[in-house]
Ligand binder design. Sequence first.
Ligand SMILES: C[S@@+](CC[C@H](N)C(=O)[O-])C[C@H]1O[C@@H](n2cnc3c(N)ncnc32)[C@H](O)[C@@H]1O
Length: 188
Amino acid sequence: MKIKIKGINLLVKEGVFNPDPKNTNSSSMILNNLPNIKQKEILDVGCGTGIIGIYCALNGSKKVLATDIDNKAIQNTKENIKINKVSNIKVLKSDLFEKVKGSFDYIFGNLPINDKSWNLNISTVELMNKFLSEAKKHLKNNGKVFFTWNSDDGVEPVRILLNKGHYNYKEKIEKKPDKLWYLFEVSK
Ligand SMILES: C[S@@+](CC[C@H](N)C(=O)[O-])C[C@H]1O[C@@H](n2cnc3c(N)ncnc32)[C@H](O)[C@@H]1O
């Protein structure tokens, strides 16, 4: 399937998450609330089609690393990089930060957020917990982590893990007809 998001032509291959706003608010919530990404080093964890990383690379970021655990997503991101002729982006297959080296100004994690929709071997809250604790080690000074959530499985478990881990965070809420969407901004 071919879609266009924020001027970017995207191929969405079978089995890869479709970031179309008709399907989800998660990718758009990140893209519509980006910090100043110009000249920044970006990590897009769980890149899917590559939309967030490709957007940053095409809009002034210095360099971008896009990662995913899934081979289909990695292949799809590579194809979208070619389609959009992006040069300042690299793609890496990795389970969260397993293969990631270095530190970044901004880390985006639009990761699985609904247990029933994903066949993971851990809960989405546990995945987020792992993501946040590993992300800390890959943030530059003044770096920030952004991730999304929604009300399907409830947001309280996420707030609990952020509070327990003494994370410094802000949250933004958007109300859509069917559910609430959350964007968390976590500082070091
Ligand atoms: C909701 S999709 C979002 C894709 C993309 N970020 C976007 O905005 O369209 C979540 C992505 O996280 C990936 N993922 C799931 N578990 C992961 C893990 N442990 N490490 C890295 N990526 C993971 C999935 O394969 C999927 O591509």
